[in-house]
Design a protein around this ligand. Structure first.
Ligand code: ZN
Length: 121
């Protein structure tokens, strides 16, 4: 599991001149440490979830979450460990997208439902 994650970081490194955030360990371009999101009750909105292709690779995109960034980082960390994959957070307006590498739609949905998140369908 850990090896996969390290390899992934190495691959991203080679792609550009990005550096890692000391706080969360993510690349600075995707790190959300300095960003502030809008927080809403988990039962007051619905998440969308899709498997897509990004740069030729399968990804699972889920959002938009209205959570504290610390909570999002924790969700990301847990999901990456649970599904043995890489992942990142993206900010859009006042919310966050959770992006996992690979196809994890159903398992991610099940996991997030246990965290009291609701889905559009
Ligand atoms: Zn960070």
């Amino acid at each position: 599991m850990e090896k996969l994650a390290l390899f992934d970081i190495g691959a991203k490194f080679a792609d550009g001149i990005d550096s890692l955030c000391k706080k969360c360990g993510e690349l600075k371009s995707v790190c959300v440490c300095s960003k502030v999101g809008e927080v809403k009750e988990r039962n007051s909105y619905f998440l969308g979830i899709n498997e897509e292709k990004a740069k030729g690779k399968d990804i699972t995109r889920c959002g938009i979450f209205f959570e504290e960034k610390e909570a999002m980082q924790e969700i990301l960390k847990t999901a990456k460990k649970k599904f043995s994959c890489g992942g990142s957070l993206e900010q859009e307006n006042n919310g966050f997208w959770l992006i996992l590498q690979g196809r994890h739609k159903e398992v991610l949905k099940m996991f997030l439902k246990t965290q009291k998140f609701q889905f559009k369908k």
